[in-house]
Design a protein. Sequence first.
Length: 271
Amino acid sequence: MPRAAGGGAVLAMPASRWGTTLRESVRHRVSRGARLMSRTQGGSGVAEEHAFAIDEVVLRRGDTTVLDRVSLRVPVGRCTALVGRSGSGKSTLLRVLTRLAEPDSGAVYYRGVPVAEWDVLELRRRVQLVAQNPVLLAGTAAEEVAVGAGALGEERIAELLGRVGLDAGLAGRETAALSGGEAQRLALARSLALEPDVLLLDEPTAALDSESATAIENAVRSLVRNNVTVLLVSHATEQVRRIADHAAVLVAGRVADSGPPGELTYLEETA
Ligand SMILES: Nc1ncnc2c1ncn2[C@@H]1O[C@H](COP(=O)(O)OP(=O)(O)OP(=O)(O)O)[C@@H](O)[C@H]1O
């Protein structure tokens, strides 16, 4: 199976440009991986399919162990929240999932296939990371939404902007003139245009007023209802309780607790 080098820009490639051989090969392995069912995080015994399986991941930077034997399951079609104090390793874990950071040891599987075996561009098309401070690549907001997806009609652009709580009138605005919160929502609209299987959202509402935050929460719930998998980094305990099905608490690079948000003892003190 051909491999692409990691570390490139988080730019998606239109589906029509994927190599057929690669697609066939990965499809075969994915269908095998999708059969690797296991118990839910809560131990209810209900079989659940996992988008990501993370096993004993260690990542060091200099003297710091940023991720310390992190193991986590991210179920398909659910919203999983990642909470923890600043510096606990949340963003780094999202970067590991999309191969923007390579662990020193441990294993990460996407749909049952080690992430290192996925073509990195295909992985990043299916799994869209919306960073806290995303890099915008185009001149206007409308062009930005279409960066990965290619030509999009005005109506589709307006619809995508609306889904993230942005006014359609923003389409012609220069991206350089957008606020941080607008830029992050635009990056989310850009990701949604690619109809991803998984969204990794790094504090998507931290810079938003409550009305805009509600629009994002509604968008997340609607995506999850449509079987999109969401991994959400959030400091907002109430938000986690409102929209997450599962939560994992990171403390100094370790998973200190995981389960339904209402049952997590660490949630209040770390969020
Ligand atoms: N390239 C690097 N070199 C050195 N230290 C790093 C590097 N990348 C991350 N770290 C450190 O790893 C720790 C975890 O960083 P990370 O950004 O993942 O935390 P976080 O939980 O997302 O924090 P926040 O909530 O503030 O966004 C921090 O202490 C950070 O300084």
